[in-house]
Design a binder for this molecule. Structure first.
Ligand code: GTP
Ligand code: MG
Length: 195
């Protein structure tokens, strides 16, 4: 399908009423603020800066949609649970993300991105509890910051806790896990592609 080489920014939605009508299969990236969701999307698409990233948590404030040719859409969700934005903004993001997750019948799956250095924080577990049925892959990002041994430990912890969800170590810096994750997402899309 090679859809991942045909990525383009589609639109940004800041309010539930801005969400585009569901159509193409969608894969959404969720996770705590600053864990590397936007960086993971760029790495998977082989693009340096299609999705905007930042050292400052709370970079992504809208739901950003990226089209993969005519095949599918990748969705970059605002970081979940960022404490330092105002209560009002947090409530607004929560409502937006919730409206998105509830409205998408055609969604193919949600990828939850966690920091491999501390996977399964209370916020991660809260998010997983909230969208459990939709989650198909846990990406343990920033694996480059851990020794091989610590990486294996982090992966083991996640796999034991969620044996039915795929989990992968990932680094947008070294590109560890990038091809593997892209293959997985391509498989999902092929499963829903019309004959
Ligand atoms: P929000 O949009 O604020 O929720 O953040 P995000 O989850 O989209 O994170 P983003 O991709 O903006 O990355 C946050 C910071 O982590 C940036 O400084 C990135 O350069 C850094 N980062 C992301 N992925 C990796 C990685 O795999 N390894 C390392 N070392 N740093 C990373
Ligand atoms: Mg982001």
């Amino acid at each position: 399908m090679n859809a991942f080489s045909q990525a383009a920014f589609l639109r940004a939605a800041g309010r539930p009423e801005d969400l585009p009508a569901a159509g193409l299969p969608e894969i959404a990236f969720a996770g705590r603020s600053n864990v590397g969701k936007s960086s993971a999307i760029n790495a998977l698409l082989g693009r340096r800066a299609l999705a905007r990233t930042s050292k400052t948590p709370g970079r992504t404030q809208t739901i950003n949609f990226y089209s993969l040719g005519e095949h599918a859409v990748l969705v970059d969700l605002p970081g979940y649970g960022y404490a330092r934005v105002s209560q009002a903004l947090r409530a607004q993001w929560g409502a937006l993300v919730e409206a998105y997750l509830r409205s998408r019948g055609t969604r193919v799956g949600v990828v939850v991105v966690m920091d491999a250095r501390h996977p399964l924080t209370a916020l991660d577990l809260q998010l997983l509890g909230w969208i459990k049925d939709a989650v198909r892959l846990i990406v343990l990002s920033k694996a480059d910051k851990l020794s091989k041994r610590a990486q294996a430990e982090a992966l083991g912890v996640v796999q034991r806790r969620f044996p039915r969800i795929e989990a992968r170590l990932f680094s947008s810096v070294t590109r560890q896990g990038v091809d593997d994750c892209r293959n997985l997402l391509e498989q999902w899309l092929q499963q829903v592609a019309p004959e």
